[in-house]
Unconditional design. Structure first.
Length: 555
């Protein structure tokens, strides 16, 4: 009975040791707990098996990467990349069976194993292999192998939990980042809206002054107009980031051609020292997008990469386009992107790279690592906004000394759609009709009224939606058109439009706003304009709406 009792006690010790590792695995909450688990695993294993050293090889066969952990230290000792995964690891993971190198005479012994080790067994688990080393030859028998396989089952469960915890942490981080960027976008859009109102007044005043200015003053006015238009372009970029820009003109788009056009621009304008390579596979699906915005996004990424290469001895910029499928789980981690096929525009450089703290902020408006005067901090913010405008997303992978890779994902188009041609430009005629301008911004009302009066129109004003409706009720017989702001205190532009429909269903209305406007909510408007509106465009649109055949406002 004594041998049976010894066997029972031995089995109990093994069970308790395995249970000790399992208990530690169940308490694991992250990477630090994984390293504690390795130390517990090493201690419990030594209670049942005699060996010199134990290690964990985490292996990713798809990426050809293996990372070794010394269980006593619990830290990664080295990382092998680019096809360096040892044949032993590959064999163990592909067959699911342990690989035993009983002595130095075995050809599977790796040259980097210390000379004092004379036998090694690799037992596979979910994420890699458990490597047990001994100074003795033929050190491990069937008993030791069975014990190791019991521990391997627990380590597989622990590694699966670690991966789940990492995915959960990544999803939480992406959610927090998305919430932060949404809040920044709302704030940015609000600021941009106020600037648009100011620029509307500035630009219209300048353009009216230019039309009547003597030559001596015209040059200065043109310079001021140019700067105001540049400011308007900057505000437009902010509105793109905040998803409050005017609706884009989306049409079927070949991203391979967009990439080729961008590369040609880069090769003509970038430093000739930069080696620019491009990978454009055939048969890429089209996307539904705005060609101008997508090229702007890609060019911004290339310019950003160029700036990161200034101090590099052998600078390289790589542009790649590829198609890939995004499953439901991956889509959920990308701010709610829809599952399906995407086309990825990837820009990679071998520059200095970025710290994680910088990566957290690179898509924020006005955040820049460049010295004063060299950047506005709007380039990557604009790319971020364009990606969201196209129902896609932008990712960045970077590390100090490892360069940066930016990947812009846009949903692939399943079916083509006809491309819309932009309307032909029309001359700006004068008029004699009466126009009611309803806008709570005094400067906008005044300058818009002045411009319309110079074009021959009679102008009435409403300081907000309530007063505008009162003016219209009193003088509806003489009012031919209403120019209506969207964002006003009290009655909103949409509420005013609905009231105007009830009073005069055939009234002509032009909606004008500093925000992007949902066209369905303003379906009764003859035109929708985004501030700041240049004088010529405002004049043409007013004349076009006045000359259009009358129809019910709700029609």
């Amino acid at each position: 009975m004594e041998p049976e009792r010894q066997q029972a006690e031995q089995a109990l010790r093994i069970d308790l040791a395995v249970q000790g590792v399992l208990n530690q695995a169940l308490r694991m909450q992250g990477q630090e707990d994984w390293e504690k688990l390795l130390r517990v695993f090493d201690a419990e294993l030594r209670r049942t098996v005699a060996f010199y050293k134990c290690g964990i090889n985490l292996v990713d066969l798809r990426r050809e990467v293996a990372c070794y952990y010394d269980t006593l230290r619990g830290k990664g000792r080295y990382i092998e990349e680019s096809g360096a995964v040892h044949p032993v690891f590959r064999k163990a993971l592909e067959t699911g069976a342990r690989v035993y190198r009983p002595s130095r005479a075995d050809p599977l012994f790796a040259p980097d194993i210390p000379p004092e080790i004379n036998s090694v067994v690799d037992v596979p688990f979910l994420g890699g292999t458990i490597a047990i080393n001994s100074t003795e030859e033929d050190a491990f028998g069937e008993r030791e192998i069975r014990i190791l396989e019991q521990f391997a089952q627990v380590m597989s469960a622990a590694y699966r939990r670690l991966e789940d915890l990492k995915k959960l942490a990544q999803a939480q981080e992406q959610l927090l980042q998305a919430q932060k960027m949404e809040a920044v976008g709302q704030l940015t859009a609000g600021i941009a809206h106020n600037f648009n109102n100011m620029l509307q007044s500035i630009i219209l005043n300048l353009q009216m002054c230019l039309s009547a200015a003597p030559a001596a003053q015209a040059e200065g006015l043109r310079d001021a107009e140019e700067e105001a238009l540049r400011a308007a372009e900057m505000i437009r970029q902010l509105m793109v980031f905040g998803r409050r820009s005017a609706p884009s003109r989306h049409a079927p788009l070949d991203l391979g051609q967009v990439a080729q056009n961008t590369v040609e621009i880069c090769r003509k304008t970038f430093d000739r020292r930069i080696e620019i390579t491009v990978d454009l596979p055939q048969g890429l699906p089209a996307v539904l997008g705005d060609a101008t915005l997508v090229q702007q996004a890609l060019l911004n990424l290339c310019v950003n990469a160029r700036d990161a290469l200034e101090e590099v001895e052998r600078p390289r910029l790589q542009l790649q386009v590829r198609a890939l499928a995004c499953h439901c789980g991956a889509a959920a981690g990308r701010g709610g992107a829809a599952p399906g096929w995407y086309v990825c525009l990837q820009v990679k450089d071998n520059g200095a790279g970025m710290d994680p703290q910088i990566q957290e902020r690179i898509f924020e408006p006005f955040f820049t690592t460049k010295e004063p005067g060299r950047g506005t901090g709007l380039g990557l913010a604009t790319v971020y906004g364009i990606a969201r405008d196209h129902r896609g997303w932008i990712e960045c992978r970077s590390a100090r000394g490892m360069g940066s890779t930016f990947s812009l994902y846009l949903p692939a188009l399943e079916q083509g759609a006809p491309r819309e041609e932009p309307p032909a430009a029309a001359p700006v005629p004068r008029g004699a009709e009466t126009i009611l301008v309803i806008d709570d911004d005094f400067s906008n009302r005044r300058v818009m009224g002045r411009f319309l009066e110079r074009a021959g129109y009679a102008v009435l004003e409403g300081v907000d939606g309530t007063e505008g409706l009162e003016v219209f009720r009193r003088q509806r017989e003489r009012i031919d058109l209403v120019i209506l702001d969207v964002s006003m205190p009290g009655l909103s532009g949409q509420e005013v439009l609905e009231a105007l429909r009830e009073i005069s269903p055939r009234l002509r209305v032009v909606v004008c706003s500093g925000y992007a406007v949902d066209e369905e909510r303003f379906a009764g408007a003859g035109a929708i304009l985004q501030k700041p509106v240049p004088a010529e465009e405002l004049g043409r649109v007013v004349r076009r709406v006045l000359d259009a055949p009358t129809a019910p406002v709700g029609g």
